[in-house]
Design a protein around this ligand. Structure first.
Ligand code: SF4
Ligand code: SF4
Length: 442
């Protein structure tokens, strides 16, 4: 039987309509809008001025502290403005705006470097390069990777888990990357095992990506230290805690980290970015983005420069279809609606989903009928109906006691609620207030 996590979970329609579409190279944008805060932690500090000429890959904002990340120029060009721009979060963020130099050949170089398997970089230099090249978690969390990998002496770490689950409906960026860059990802895994001084890793992939499972099984047949595990298709299998529980039967303690049970988890996209940083000195200036939706002319996966306006991506797939209701940054379960197509792609953008009117209609919210469905599907064992009520009534202390902060925002509760209650919306809001209250207390 295929492995999976024990509590809750749902089976949303997969809609992986771009899974057979190879990753294309997105047209280089004329202008990029690069936020200085694309990661969890302190924003980076701008180190360029208006009218400066920048080269591709040059640091344009320096890490603002330990939990922060460098930001690099995704194109060669001229800094035209330093301005506040609305990003995918819906808030204005400081951005560096660069006009692309259409004559600079480095803007059009092919990113397909030859495979380099020999790892000559020493462990401490691996961490330094990951820091220097601005690598953050590309699975959506955008936590700076060098922080995740800075393990205190005496920590009992024994496994690296590679997250190739991609359980969000519609998204196929990781799936395509696994099919097209499997050999590089394996080198990336070995780089991290060397840096962490461990010899056990497991690549977890949902069983709806049989082609990727097959490729990795074939490539690792002689590798005793790298295992490949097919996982049951169940949402949210890609949650860190759910993945660890499925693969190793270990439970991360409440408010704890994977490290507490001897594990580090990295997404396949992050592993590929680490491979490029260590083996080819390439900073994180582009990533794979799935641009999808049932009504789009050419839904596809693209290599996209960080800072590319989402409008350019939508134009690339044939423009917005008539009757578009909603554009989502990410997938339908955990993604957030964006109001403005000028917002740029950032390190955390894994997909853009265009939803038509007839798909978007969420029923009118009605009273809770106490069916218990939301409790049944919650993978964290929470009571979503209660958390929503507490958040709605402003009872944040109580919501905190009821563990609102352990919610992983998977949206399973909202998905199943027969009364169409906006459970996740309220829980997210409640979490943001509890977080602020907790910060104020400390
Ligand atoms: S309460 Fe949070 S973790 Fe539980 S189902 Fe809802 S969104 Fe997911
Ligand atoms: S699923 Fe909806 S109706 Fe059922 S208990 Fe939860 S909130 Fe109430």
């Amino acid at each position: 039987m295929l492995k999976t996590f024990p509590k809750g979970g749902i089976h949303p329609t997969e809609n992986k309509i771009t899974s057979t579409v190879g990753i294309k190279k997105m047209t280089v944008p004329k202008v990029v809008y690069v936020p200085i805060s694309q990661h969890i932690g302190i924003p980076a500090e701008i180190v360029v001025n208006i009218k400066d000429k920048v080269e591709i890959g040059q640091v344009i904002a320096k890490s603002g502290g330990f939990v922060s990340s460098n930001v690099h120029a995704p194109v060669a060009g001229t800094v035209t403005k330093l301005d506040l721009i609305i990003d995918t979060s819906g808030y204005k963020k400081q951005c560096i705006i660069i006009r692309t130099d259409a004559k600079n050949e480095s803007n059009f170089e092919d990113i397909d470097y030859p495979l380099k398997t020999e790892i000559t970089t020493e462990p401490k230099d691996i961490l330094q390069k990951i820091n220097d090249y601005g690598i953050v978690g590309l699975g959506g969390a955008t936590f700076p990777s060098h922080v995740k990998l800075s393990i205190k002496e005496g920590t009992n770490l024994d496994h690296l888990i590679i997250n190739g689950v991609e359980c969000e409906p519609y998204l196929t960026a990781d799936h395509r990357l696994m099919l097209e860059k499997a050999k590089e990802i394996i080198v990336g895994i070995k780089i991290l095992m060397k840096a962490l001084h461990i010899n056990k890793s497991i690549i977890g992939i949902e069983n709806n990506k049989k082609d990727a499972i097959e490729i990795f099984k074939k490539l690792t047949a002689e590798e005793k230290e790298i295992k490949v595990a097919a996982l049951q298709v169940k949402y949210p299998q890609g949650g860190e805690k759910q993945l660890i529980s499925a693969l190793l039967n270990r439970e991360v303690p409440k408010n704890g980290l994977p490290l507490d049970v001897g594990v580090i988890v990295h997404n396949v996209g992050t592993i590929f970015a680490i491979y490029q940083a260590i083996q080819h000195n390439k900073p994180l200036i582009e990533r794979v983005v799935t641009v999808t939706g049932k009504k789009l002319e050419n839904p596809s996966n693209y290599w996209v420069k960080i800072g590319t306006p989402i409008k350019d991506l939508v134009d690339e797939v044939g423009g917005l279809p008539e009757g578009t209701r909603k554009i989502v940054n990410g997938g339908p379960m955990m993604g957030k609606a964006i109001k403005n197509l000028d917002v740029p792609v950032t390190k955390g953008t894994s997909g853009i989903l265009v939803i038509a009117e007839d798909e978007a209609s969420r029923g009118e919210p009605k009273n809770c009928i106490r069916c218990g469905e939301c409790v049944y599907v919650c993978p964290m064992g929470l009571e979503p109906h209660l958390l929503m009520n507490l958040s709605e009534k402003g009872m944040y202390e109580k919501a905190s006691q009821e563990d609102i902060m352990t919610c992983i925002e998977c949206g399973s509760c909202s998905y199943v609620c027969p009364s169409h209650r906006p459970l996740l919306d309220y829980i997210r809001f409640g979490k943001s207030i509890v977080k602020k209250l907790n910060t104020a207390k400390n």
